[in-house]
Design a protein around this ligand. Structure first.
Ligand code: CA
Length: 393
């Protein structure tokens, strides 16, 4: 793609005006740093011409305070998709800020235990964290809606709600009393239903099932007669392999293959009804956030948005490869949950959400917003994504 915008009459329009704008703003926004960090290709794809080094170098301000931050995460270090997503975000912020922000990433357990990320960032042990909202239901039940909602929105829909449907505003309101500023910073897409050592042929097979499944999905399993267990990712394999749990969900083929879960369970069920479009979050300690100059705030915010896209792209590219490996090399038996099981789980999911909304004012507000957006989105999805995917052979 050319960086030259095309005028309405088809002729190429000269770049003089845009190039000048770029130079004018570069001092205030340190645009040169932003441009060099993101790369001209990204800007060209967005229809924005990049400044040449000669243009930007004459008046761009470099220097100022350097921020050395720590990012604690709930993921094993550099774990595919999740850990690499957190590392990508840190690297992108450092590059886009021209090194004015340096972020050291810690895997779960390296600085603080994986499931203490929320407290660590709220308390200032680390300035930044990367995790998922459903891990923090003990802090706020409503936080779970910003992780995953059983039979809820998938990635396209949830991004629409968060960025343009009031979702992110509600999320900020919920984390504000904890002194945290949240950002969507990744999405796994539709997850798998999980690994089971027993067949699920009917709803009755869920009774007595001890399964690692966090958040609202866990509440639904409990209502179906099972026992949900919350374990951080690093503990999942051992629990399944030793029989401490009968089943586990984790993410999808890309992550599950890396954990070797196929060595500890027999059946791989789909779809991930409990996590149809899981959002990963970047959380920032509000006191440290408020200290950042406006341009760095913009860089962090934009990098999180880019990380949201990048992670989903990574999952899209590698899930299918890993699924082939699981099926072809490891002879994994992939099964679909029976329709009757999915139907019952959807009914129970609605009950769980309605009950929660009935006893928690903030959940009621979030659930109302979420449900209204989903209803509208579903109407459009049915004649766009869904109709198209059913049409494609
Ligand atoms: Ca999961």
């Amino acid at each position: 793609m050319s960086a030259h915008p095309v005028a309405g009459n088809g002729r190429r329009r000269p770049l003089i005006r845009l190039a000048c704008t770029c130079v004018v703003y570069s001092a205030a926004m340190r645009r040169r740093d932003f441009v060099s960090g993101l790369g001209a290709g990204v800007l060209a794809a967005a229809g924005i011409p990049a400044c040449s080094k000669q243009q930007a170098g004459s008046d761009a301000v470099v220097g100022g305070k350097t921020y050395n931050w720590k990012m604690v995460t709930t993921w094993p270090p550099n774990f595919p998709g999740l850990g690499t997503g957190a590392a990508w975000l840190a690297k992108t912020i450092e590059a886009a800020s021209g090194g004015r922000m340096r972020i050291r990433v810690y895997g779960g357990g390296e600085l603080v235990p994986a499931l203490e990320v929320f407290d660590a960032v709220a308390g200032g042990t680390a300035e930044m964290g990367h995790g998922a909202g459903y891990y923090w239901k003990g802090k706020s039940e409503a936080a779970q809606f910003f992780g995953a909602v059983p039979f809820g929105m998938e990635v396209i829909e949830v991004n629409g709600w968060l960025y343009h449907g009031g979702g992110l505003d509600l999320w900020r309101e919920i984390y504000e009393p904890f002194g945290l500023v949240p950002f969507p910073a990744g999405n796994t897409g539709v997850q798998m239903g999980g690994w089971f050592n027993r067949e699920i042929n009917s709803v009755a097979d869920l009774r007595g099932l001890k399964m690692r499944i966090p958040g609202l999905g866990g509440d639904v399993l409990r209502r179906a007669g099972g026992t949900p267990v919350l374990l951080a990712g690093g503990d999942v394999y051992t629990a399944l392999e030793t029989g401490a749990i009968d089943a586990t969900e984790w993410v999808g083929p890309y992550n599950d293959l890396a954990f070797g879960l196929h060595q500890a369970a027999r059946y791989y069920y789909y779809p991930g009804w409990h996590e149809p479009g899981s959002v990963l979050e970047c959380i920032v300690n509000k006191r440290h956030w408020d200290e950042l100059p406006e341009d760095l705030k913009s860089i962090v915010s934009t990098a999180c948005q880019a990380a949201n896209l990048e992670m989903f792209a990574e999952y899209t590219a590698f899930n299918q490869q890993a699924l082939n490996t699981l099926v072809e090399e490891h002879k994994v038996e992939v099964r679909r949950f029976p329709d009757a099981v999915l139907k019952r789980l959807e009914e129970l999911s609605r009950e769980v959400l309605e009950d929660l909304a009935g006893r928690d004012e903030m959940v009621r507000r979030v659930y109302t917003s979420y449900k209204e957006f989903l209803e509208k989105a579903a109407r459009w999805q049915s004649i766009s994504e869904l109709a198209y995917l059913h049409t494609r052979s």
